[in-house]
Design a protein around this ligand. Structure first.
Ligand SMILES: Cc1ncc(C[n+]2csc(CCOP(=O)(O)OP(=O)(O)O)c2C)c(N)n1
Ligand SMILES: [Mg+2]
Length: 390
């Protein structure tokens, strides 16, 4: 049977965005020309971008090891191949700004201050994880650090972030919100209603559509007749721009311009980042629906870490020792986080009664658990349900 054209087919793929421009030209069509914001990044910040992408990838690889040892409770979601889109966009925000991540935005959360040990504890459902073992991947938030806990329903974070950014505007705070949605989420009602309201209210909101070619097993062309998702912006009277999502500097540039625009009070921008989901929806997905050779081609030709490493060494003249030092630091941090998470206790049954809407019922612990000090009791911050200071 002839395979359907996948997202790597004509008109898509690495060449579709980057290939039409001269080498070294990192500007994004549709975005005002001039000095790129990334030209103002310091040497330390240029290296930071590499650090966050390497940390994201290596942390996920560690989680895969733990998953295969059956230490991960539940599914495992990867962002392999999408690290530049998560990291470059979050890096364009300031400390006071807020983002709402999705399952493939581990990198965005790390940039915003999430810790590897929290992530591993979450996946292992430990009692001292941010959700106290009740949620088993990265669905947690911390307003202090500027990331909002995600709602699983596709598109629903758009109206939530519309509300968050409307509150910034009404209070006269110069803060910006950024919401991530997948290509699939752009076909939901919540996405449209939220975006329309944000646009008409001129909320300081940046909407990042991560076009990774698939929603579960459905390729883009089978879930929307729109070929360029940035064009959905037309329906709401806001600018829509498309950028190469696997070029971390291009992602930073396009997001920074939208963030600055939002902070100036000029309203919402929709950004479509072109990338590719190299793993299945989750670790259990065998990707049998993907055309032969497509994944390998993206890995070979358009890996965001490989591409940025070439920029760092060939264009920005960092030497190999500086890169190796970051790789070693990342490995040490992940090893230490893994050891800490493995040593963490599982939750106690009565922990389920903590942090709920009503006063917990008084239940005597079972005789053989008497005196067991629960991780929740040790770590929970009674006055601040929902945020966590580990
Ligand atoms: C309203 C709704 N419908 C269906 C689902 C089940 N679901 C979870 S993720 C997903 C696919 C998401 O695709 P996309 O938006 O492209 O994001 P990606 O996983 O590619 O990052 C689906 C169908 C859901 N969570 N919410
Ligand atoms: Mg998708």
């Amino acid at each position: 049977m002839a395979r359907r054209a996948g997202p790597g087919a004509k008109g898509r793929g690495p060449g579709a965005v980057a290939g039409t421009r001269a080498a070294g030209d990192r500007s994004t069509p549709g975005v005002a020309r001039g000095p790129r914001p990334s030209a103002r990044l310091s040497r330390a910040q240029q290296l930071d971008l590499y650090y966050w992408m390497r940390l994201t990838r290596s942390l996920e690889e560690r989680l895969v090891n733990l998953y295969r040892q059956t230490k991960v409770i539940g599914g495992l979601f990867r962002s392999l191949g999408q690290e530049a889109d998560a990291v470059g966009s979050a890096f364009a925000l300031e400390r006071r700004d807020v983002l709402s991540p999705l399952i493939r935005n581990l990198g965005s959360m790390l940039v915003k201050g999430a810790k590897p040990v929290e992530i591993i504890r979450q996946y292992m459902a430990k009692g001292d994880s941010p959700t106290r073992g009740r949620e088993l991947n990265i669905h947690y938030g911390d307003l202090d650090r500027g990331f909002i806990g995600q709602i699983s329903h596709l598109g629903d974070m758009v109206p939530v972030m519309t509300g968050v950014t409307l509150s910034f505007k009404l209070r006269g705070e110069a803060r910006v919100g950024l919401v991530y949605v997948g290509d699939g989420a752009t076909s939901t009602g919540s996405f449209h209603e939220g975006l329309n309201f944000a646009a008409v209210q001129r909320c300081p909101l940046v909407v990042v559509v991560e076009n990774n070619g698939y929603a579960y097993s459905t390729p883009l062309a089978r879930q929307t007749a729109v070929t360029e998702l940035k064009d959905k912006a037309l329906a709401y009277g806001i600018p829509g721009v498309r950028a190469d999502g696997n070029d971390v500097l291009a992602v930073f540039d396009v997001t920074k311009e939208a963030v600055d625009r939002a902070r100036r009070g000029e309203g919402v921008t929709l950004i479509e980042l072109m990338t590719y989901r190299r793993k299945g929806h989750a670790e259990h997905d065998n990707q049998s629906y993907v055309p032969a050779g497509e994944i390998e081609r993206w890995e070979r030709e358009d890996d965001p870490l490989d591409r940025y490493l070439r920029v760092l060494t060939a264009e920005l003249e960092f030497d190999d020792a500086m890169i190796a030092a970051i790789d070693a630091r990342v490995k040490d941090e992940i090893d230490a986080a893994t050891d800490a998470a493995e040593a963490s206790p599982m939750p106690e049954p009565t922990d389920a009664l903590v942090g709920i809407y009503a006063e917990p019922a008084l239940i005597e612990p079972l005789w053989y658990r008497a005196g067991v000090r629960s991780a929740v009791a040790a770590h929970e911050r009674a006055a601040g349900w929902g945020t966590f200071h580990g």
